[in-house]
Write a protein of this length. Structure first.
Ligand SMILES: *Cc1c(COP(=O)(O)O)cnc(C)c1O
Length: 378
């Protein structure tokens, strides 16, 4: 058997794309902000109950937009976990501000509110949170800290589309939320993302639209609010082709179906590996009462992780590690961090193993992964 780590779940995506291409002669366009972009955007806004969503070419792009919207100045500090992907932190450096790393909680592997408070200085402007594996951060505590200190909260919800904190969808709780529709995430269009604006400053929505359209007020023009569009601010090109939006619309129709399939696989792994946890051999994911997760990934923490990965690969099971902590990466060292600065992050990173999990995995494949793990650990 050969079981990949992840695989997008594709059914009838071609139908919408064919419809779009078939209507080009009628004036449908394949550039950004066409019919399917409008439809995908409406879906996000309705389903996740958010005032404003904007499709972007990636979550990285959405995080860049979010960061620029905060109007940070050089010297300003932004608190973020080190246990994340480079995209969470690059935008902070791109605007000349300073990322300040904080430790994660041992149970959820999400940023630790206690350490956030310790990292706050008079220069702190924002807190960036990452909902690891689609399991919510401790948002009430984090929003309270942000409120008390007058800080923005940006949610890197790349893993967390359709997951919840209490009764609210992740990405809709902080001032700004960022989704990813990259191939490896739960809902995909190859490369894609979205920016969610929850802050009630209307100015922020207008600035985001301008920033996304090369610094022009083209969005207003399309809505008939101005009679010409022109260059009004600094911007870039953050909008995806409508072909990708068509793909995404098809994925959104399977939103609950995809999540259900993922949750079933996650539950089977949890059940199968519970005896290993009882014996103290592995530590399984913890989902707090307040979180409704989306089974974005299945991980466990264990000794000799790299040996187990090799043994699993030899059996055709593509298990893998995850983040090299940002503070101990080459770039983190350039920022002045050192190994040993975040012990929980470092231990988790060295012990974490992710198993194949994707909708469409057969029962036989799931069983094979489980038995391969059992044999590799023995
Ligand atoms: C995947 C990922 C990103 C980047 O998403 P893209 O859509 O590929 O830009 C950012 N943050 C986290 C936590 C991710 O897992």
């Amino acid at each position: 058997m050969n079981i990949p780590f992840s695989r997008p779940y594709i059914t009838d995506e071609l139908d919408y794309i064919a419809e779009l291409l078939g209507n080009i002669s009628k004036g449908w366009n394949i550039s950004g902000d066409g019919r399917y972009t409008a439809r995908a955007t409406k879906f996000l806004e309705t389903r996740f109950e958010v005032e404003k969503a904007l499709l972007t070419t990636s979550c990285t792009g959405a995080l860049e937009m979010a960061t620029r919207l905060l109007n940070l100045s050089p010297g300003d500090e932004v608190i973020s976990p080190s246990f994340t992907f480079s995209s969470t932190v690059n935008p902070i450096l791109l605007v000349g501000a300073k990322p300040v790393f904080a430790e994660i909680q041992e149970d959820t592997l999400n940023i630790d509110p206690v350490d956030i408070e310790q990292k706050i200085t008079c220069k702190t402007r924002a807190i960036y949170v990452v909902h690891y594996a689609g399991v919510a951060c401790d948002m009430d505590k984090i929003m309270k800290i942000a409120d008390d200190h007058g800080l923005y909260v940006v949610e890197d919800a790349a893993h967390a589309v359709n997951a919840k904190y209490k009764d609210r969808y992740l990405g809709t709780i902080g001032d700004l939320g960022c989704y990813s529709f990259h191939d490896t995430k739960n809902y995909v269009c190859g490369e894609g993302g979205a920016l969610l604006i929850n802050n009630d400053d209307k100015n922020m929505v207008e600035r985001a639209e301008i920033m996304r359209e090369k610094g022009t007020n083209r969005s207003k023009f399309f809505r008939g609010e101005v009679d010409k569009y022109t260059w009004v601010d600094i911007g870039s090109s953050h909008l995806p082709s409508d072909i990708l939006a068509a793909f995404l619309c098809s994925q959104f129709e399977k939103l609950d179906n995809i999540q259900c399939m993922r949750l079933n696989i996650h539950a089977r792994y949890m059940e199968a590996f519970a005896p290993l946890e009882e014996k103290g051999i592995v530590r399984l994911p913890v989902v707090p009462e307040y979180a409704c997760h989306n089974a974005h990934l299945f991980y466990m923490l264990l000794d000799n992780r790299d040996t187990i990965i090799s043994k699993l690969r030899a059996r055709g099971v593509h298990a893998t590690f995850h983040y090299i902590p940002l503070h101990s990466a080459h770039m983190g060292k350039k920022l002045g961090y050192r190994e040993g600065d975040f012990p929980v992050t470092e231990i988790v990173s060295s012990r974490l193993l992710r198993l194949p999990l994707y909708p469409g995995m057969t029962g036989e494949q799931i069983d094979y992964v489980i038995s391969s793990v059992m044999e590799s650990i023995e």
